[in-house]
Design a protein around this ligand. Structure first.
Ligand code: SF4
Length: 218
């Protein structure tokens, strides 16, 4: 199986054009001058992936461990998805590509936004190299801004509440950061109504055969 990841749990060596693309991503220095550390793109991709998870940008802990969603936000995301770590990190089925691939640093204790150069440069190429992606989870405002553009709602809650409008390709979600616990408390419909639908859609995407399910387009 051809698959690859930037994390230490890489299950197999990639080959051909996919490996060449991944090598170019990992060697990227396009916005190095704006980053607090030398570029370290954090992503997990494979040409057989069916589900794509697009978050914001690596935080400091993820930057250090090189494992995306290896933090309390990841724990809550897996809880939302009803997934074990083993399933979540099965790169042959689930790809993880943040809106900005490198840790952008912080200001006043908050993570800076993803570098704006990154998604337009790498997402179209990575998506083209993963033709079996059937569903893309758009986690947080930056992922939704890049993929949905003007189709977004006025607020993040509006966008998430309108999740049906973005089916079958996309599913918008709030960021599962501990900082968003108040948002979750104020919007109980999310856990009651949206999470069951999310689990169903994710299950269908992961289970779909080669002729099943709708294909995402970048
Ligand atoms: S954030 Fe993206 S564009 Fe900037 S150096 Fe990292 S991979 Fe390249």
């Amino acid at each position: 199986m051809r698959s690859s990841s930037s994390s230490s749990s890489t299950p197999a060596e990639p080959d051909g054009a996919f490996a060449e693309l991944l090598a170019r991503v990992q060697a990227c220095t396009v916005c190095a001058a704006q980053l607090p550390y030398p570029p370290r793109p954090i992503l997990r991709v494979s040409p057989t992936a069916r589900l794509l998870i697009v978050g914001q940008a690596p935080g400091r802990r993820v930057h250090e461990t090189k494992i995306p969603w290896n933090d309390p936000s990841g724990d809550l995301l897996r809880q939302w998805l009803g997934m074990t770590r083993e399933v979540f990190y099965d790169v042959s089925r689930i790809a993880i590509v943040p809106t900005g691939l490198c840790y952008p640093g912080t200001v006043n204790g908050s993570d800076l936004p993803p570098r704006p150069e990154c998604a337009p440069l790498w997402h179209p190429q990575l998506r083209e190299a993963m033709p079996d992606i059937r569903l893309t989870l758009l986690i947080g405002a930056y992922a939704q801004a890049y993929y949905l553009g003007k189709r977004r709602g006025r607020t993040l809650a509006d966008t998430v509440a309108a999740w049906r409008d973005f089916a079958p390709d996309y599913f918008p979600l709030p960021h599962p950061s501990p900082r968003n616990r108040l948002w979750l408390k104020r919007n109980p419909w999310f856990e009651l109504e949206v999470l069951p639908a999310l689990r169903e859609r994710v299950g269908a995407a992961l289970a779909a055969g080669d002729n099943g399910g709708a294909k995402n387009q970048a």
